[in-house]
Design a protein around this ligand. Structure first.
Ligand SMILES: C[S@@+](CC[C@H](N)C(=O)[O-])C[C@H]1O[C@@H](n2cnc3c(N)ncnc32)[C@H](O)[C@@H]1O
Length: 286
């Protein structure tokens, strides 16, 4: 089948299914799955082999079923690093890119990092790539996720990451002394809210990556219980957790903390530093 005909057919099927931006979605799939250039897509005269027509049809079916585009494409760029994605791992979000960019800007001189709950390895790979002098320890409770993360590190030629399987900070307990900076985007959605999430999220992304327990704080509760003194910590959070997190860290000795907003204006990040680096403990007024 000629590319032009296949393109028209795919766009029509997405339109009939009520999927937005059908033209740009199909063009993206043509580039990613058929390896066609912009001009080949515009001209449309290339003959697409039967096998690739079948793979395009499969991709369109999956989109119509409601699967997220990033899973169908199977990869995503995260701060310049290409990440393979499948439904064992959360699709990395732009807010997490914002968090990692802040870490890169503020921790240029640090050398030992940890990415706890690494998922696809997004945070670990971006840190290891942008701060190439550094060493990164990455861990996750999901073995399937760790497999994806290790493949992503290898594909990007990042030999400065080591991966560990295990729960929360316990997975890295042998290395906590040498780790200077801990970054984490853990599961933080309240269990009761999972039902109301978009079907694209709740139906396809791993529950282990989303479910933060009844108050959304299960992971953080365990994390702060075992956080040693003297680390610099960068966490992604939900805005509704600000009060709960402030209460959780209140008993921590020798730490100061602050919350920061993301690009959309929501409190999305919590930072902790050893006392003296920041001026005081800060919880935003509600
Ligand atoms: C929100 S996803 C974040 C993934 C990745 N860091 C990112 O930003 O795209 C949370 C990750 O935490 C992992 N996880 C859940 N509970 C955990 C635990 N108790 N200890 C370690 N990892 C955990 C999940 O398997 C999942 O990969």
């Amino acid at each position: 089948m000629k590319a032009k005909e296949l393109l028209k057919n795919c766009i029509e099927r997405l339109d009939r299914a009520g999927i937005d931006c059908s033209r740009s979605v199909v063009r993206l799939l043509f580039k990613e799955l058929l390896y066609l250039s912009d001009s080949e897509i515009i001209l449309g005269t290339v003959e697409v082999p039967h096998r690739l027509c079948l793979s395009m049809n499969g991709a369109i079916e999956r989109l119509i079923e409601g699967e997220p585009l990033d899973y169908v494409v199977g990869r995503r760029n995260f701060l310049g690093v290409w990440l393979k994605l499948n439904n064992s791992v959360l699709i990395p979000r732009p807010e997490t890119e914002e968090l990692v960019q802040m870490v890169i800007d503020r921790e240029r001189d640090s050398t030992v990092f940890a990415d706890v709950a690494t998922g696809s390895g997004a945070i670990a790979c971006a840190l290891a790539s942008h701060l190439s002098h550094s060493r990164v320890f990455a861990s996750d409770l999901s073995l399937a996720a760790l497999e994806v993360a290790m493949e992503n590190a290898a594909k990007n030629g990042l030999s400065n990451i080591r991966f560990y399987h295990g729960d929360n900070l316990a997975a890295l307990e042998d290395f906590l002394e040498e780790i200077e900076v801990i970054v984490s985007n853990p599961p933080y959605i309240k269990t009761s809210m999972l039902k109301s999430l978009d079907r694209k999220v709740a139906g396809y992304e791993p529950l282990l990556a989303l479910d933060g327990g009844s108050d959304g704080l299960d992971f953080y509760r365990e994390f702060f219980k075992h956080l040693p003194e003297g680390k610099r910590v960068y966490l992604e959070i939900a805005e509704y957790s600000v009060k709960g997190l402030s209460e959780l860290v209140a008993p921590l000795k020798n730490y100061e903390y602050s919350f920061e907003k993301d690009f959309y204006g929501s409190y999305r990040f919590m930072f902790l530093h050893p006392e003296g680096r920041e001026s005081r403990r800060r919880t935003p007024r509600e």
